[in-house]
Design a protein around this ligand. Structure first.
Ligand code: ZN
Length: 281
């Protein structure tokens, strides 16, 4: 599932072919993704220029010259591919549309941007730009890592009264926006905090380390994703799913890089938590 760094990587990969360009034509191949696509979706996008392609948490927001914002969310398995003049027609070189290619944007400049989503938990919506500040899926969210509103002080206050395990609290998008299972595991390792510890019982120094640890793992992942953009044209043109090395995530049974103890896996709220019992208390 793409998390904040992957979505930012997608944004950076799409920006050169979408930002400042007009959408010449949209092919809509089904009526719905997770939700129904907007009414008259291709007609409302045709001819619109994307003035700015922004990201908030895990949402992409294309600000259009028509006064609407095209909001896009990748869900679990959504991905974009670019083909056409700029990148060479590698992914679609046979000309055959893949069965999970649901929306195709034909861009000014000659590229096509294809949205593919086998499980269809992703979605696209159009929202009036003047009311985008009140877009309900975003107004319910807490601050995102690396933003001015996200600090050790903020996080300490947000966790102070919470009885839930810290792992669950950090997955709560109202506490911090855009974090998923992978980067929560990595940040807790970095801060030396057990995923089982109750949010309100994290001692002072480690609590202070948590927000910087979250910022660090997200910043490093965005950097790794950025360096993958230059490589992706040589692969199959998919954006956002880059190789990334993790300290604990998906390393059950392997030695901790810091203390040598065996990395453990437990299941919390139906999700795997990976951690080092030696380093994380
Ligand atoms: Zn360790």
């Amino acid at each position: 599932m793409p998390e904040l760094p992957e979505v930012e990587t997608v944004r950076r990969g799409l920006a050169p072919v979408m930002e400042g360009r007009r959408i010449l034509r949209v092919e809509q191949r089904r009526a719905d993704l997770r939700f129904p696509l907007p009414e008259r979706f291709p007609q409302r996008l045709k001819g619109a220029r994307i003035d700015r392609l922004a990201r908030q948490a895990k949402f992409l927001a294309a600000h259009l010259s028509t006064g609407e914002v095209l909001v896009m969310h990748l869900g679990m398995t959504g991905r974009f591919t670019i083909s056409g003049q700029m990148k060479g027609a590698f992914h679609h070189e046979t000309g055959a549309a893949e069965s999970h290619d649901h929306v195709v944007f034909h861009m000014e400049g000659g590229e096509t941007v294809t949205y593919n989503d086998p499980r269809r938990f992703g979605f696209m919506e159009l929202w009036p730009a003047a009311e985008f500040g009140a877009y309900p899926r975003l107004t319910q969210m807490g601050p995102e890592p690396l933003s001015n509103h996200f600090s050790a002080d903020y996080l300490g206050k947000a966790l102070a009264g919470k009885a839930a395990p810290i792992k669950a609290a950090l997955l709560d998008q109202k506490v911090v926006a855009g974090l998923g299972n992978i980067y929560v595991c990595e940040a807790l390792y970095r801060a030396g905090i057990s995923p089982k510890r109750l949010s309100k019982t994290i001692p002072g120094q480690r609590a202070l380390r948590l927000a910087p640890a979250i910022n660090a793992v997200i910043a490093e992942a965005i950097e790794a994703g950025g360096s993958s953009i230059s490589d992706f044209a040589n692969a199959e043109g998919e954006l956002g799913y880059f190789q990334h090395r993790f300290d604990v995530y998906d390393r059950e049974g392997e030695p901790c890089k810091r203390c040598g103890a065996t990395v453990k896996r437990i299941v919390q709220s139906g999700r795997s938590s990976f951690y080092c019992g030696g380093c994380q208390k």
